[in-house]
Design a protein around this ligand. Structure first.
Ligand code: ATP
Ligand code: ZN
Length: 286
């Protein structure tokens, strides 16, 4: 009998939507009915388990799930023994230390002898140790940001993305200690059949990610500037060049990477390119 790979994703929270979107973009259908704990894909050998994010590393280590998606913060804090298969580029955030706004922060030594409230005692204690600091760690499981105002701690160590939660609690971010994003994790002992299903998933994720990092570009170029323009955008192989109906002009098609995109567009305009169209790419297979 052929196997299904079991994939644990967060049931509801900051990872859920992007995790589901990722599998959809990979052409893997998943039906997340209300209140369901698991669901089989109708077009791919996968079964999805909907769990709290904190439980995912443990289930993947034990083999209850073969794969899972969690934040690196939760993964490291869990100290579970799993493979980090791939960084996924979403749910980016940082773990930071914050203190009441009116207090001066003099540098990491400020933390010596202070008490810090956090839900991430292991990541925090690793940071303190690395920096030869000694502070008391108060582990609490939620609403960490109110700890200073109720006199429970001098500082907090918590997840920050925009900083607005800190601000509304009278705190300021003073020290970043860890950067996190969502990662795909895998059990360390997948059998051959499950490994080959994982390879298929990775192939698709790579195609989706590559496509997101690139744009398709079409432009018109006067033939006497063609060489210069082609030099600016020699994409995947060489660009496609086709004559336009108007004498002396060509249409040039290529692929540009997102991170060099605006620079190249400016150079192309300066070189005489006109009618530049930029189109998103859905999948990219190299
Ligand atoms: P659960 O009910 O599953 O235990 P939770 O409340 O612990 O959920 P969420 O708040 O949904 O967790 O956050 C899940 C993960 O998303 C975090 O562990 C972190 O990696 C990331 N994350 C947290 N806050 C943000 C944010 N503001 N922006 C982006 N990513 C975030
Ligand atoms: Zn959680």
């Amino acid at each position: 009998m052929s196997q299904r790979i079991k994939i644990a994703i967060q049931k509801s929270g900051r990872l859920s939507e992007d995790s589901i979107a990722l599998f959809k973009e990979c052409g893997i259908k998943l039906d997340m009915g209300k209140g369901r704990l698991k669901s089989e894909s109708s077009n791919f050998p996968a079964e999805f388990l909907f769990l709290r994010d904190d439980d995912i590393p443990g289930y993947v280590e034990d083999g209850v799930a073969d794969l899972g998606i969690v934040g690196e913060n939760v993964l490291i804090e869990s100290e579970k023994d799993v493979n980090t298969v791939k960084k996924l580029g979403f749910s980016k955030c940082r773990l930071s230390i914050a203190i009441p706004r009116e207090i001066d922060y003099t540098g990491p030594e400020f933390l010596n002898g202070k008490s810090i409230a956090t839900s991430y005692p292991k990541l925090l204690s690793a940071y303190l140790k690395e920096n030869n600091l000694s502070a008391e760690i108060h582990e609490i499981s939620g609403s960490v940001e109110i700890a200073p105002s109720i006199g429970l701690a001098d500082a907090v160590c918590d997840i920050v993305s925009s900083g607005s939660t800190l601000l509304s609690n009278g705190l300021k971010e003073v020290q970043k200690i860890f950067k996190s994003e969502a990662v795909l994790i895998g059990n360390k002992n997948l059998n051959a059949e499950l490994s080959s299903i994982l390879d298929k998933i990775l192939f698709r994720i790579n195609a989706v990610q590559k496509a997101q990092d690139n744009k398709y570009i079409l432009l018109n170029a006067p033939n006497d500037k063609l060489e210069q323009i082609i030099n600016i955008i020699s994409g995947m192989k060489s660009p496609t060049v086709m004559p336009l109906a108007i004498e002396g002009w060509s249409s040039v098609h290529s692929v540009l990477e997102e991170n060099e995109f605006w620079e190249k567009i400016e150079a192309l305009r300066a070189a005489g390119a006109q009618g530049i169209l930029v189109i998103p790419i859905e999948k990219m297979i190299l």
